[in-house]
Design a binder for this molecule. Structure first.
Ligand SMILES: [Zn+2]
Ligand SMILES: [Zn+2]
Length: 121
């Protein structure tokens, strides 16, 4: 690939903003990529910022899901344990066990949603 601005020079990088090939003279390091010097620097920086912001909000959503998963799992665990204890004592704990298991299922759902958010890196 040749530099878009200097067709005789080999490209060493690709602009993050316009995806054109860039030679050493045309490439500007914008942190986690290269951009056309003087042309796409500002745009590439803005794109970087937007990606960083997006990552952070995904991270936040993932953490919320993980927290929810933990609480729902705790709740489900307590309800299930209560049901099991009631059953062990000869009472009717079946309903509680069922509800507890539904909570645990919900926790698994929250957990997998959190993982999905986190994997969108
Ligand atoms: Zn560019
Ligand atoms: Zn060039």
């Amino acid at each position: 690939m040749k530099c878009f601005y200097h067709p005789a020079v080999d490209a060493v990088a690709i602009c993050k903003n316009c995806n054109k090939g860039l030679c050493v003279e045309c490439a500007k390091d914008v942190g986690n990529g290269m951009a056309c010097i003087g042309r796409c620097e500002a745009e590439a920086a803005a794109v970087n910022e937007a990606i960083q912001r997006g990552k952070k909000s995904f991270e936040k959503a993932a953490n919320t899901y993980f927290k929810m998963a933990l609480w729902v799992a705790l709740l489900g665990g307590c309800i299930t344990a209560g049901g099991v204890i009631t059953s062990a004592k000869g009472g009717k704990g079946g309903g509680s066990i069922l509800i507890g298991l539904i909570f645990l299922l919900g926790a698994a759902f929250y957990y997998s949603s959190g993982r999905e958010y986190r994997s969108r890196d």
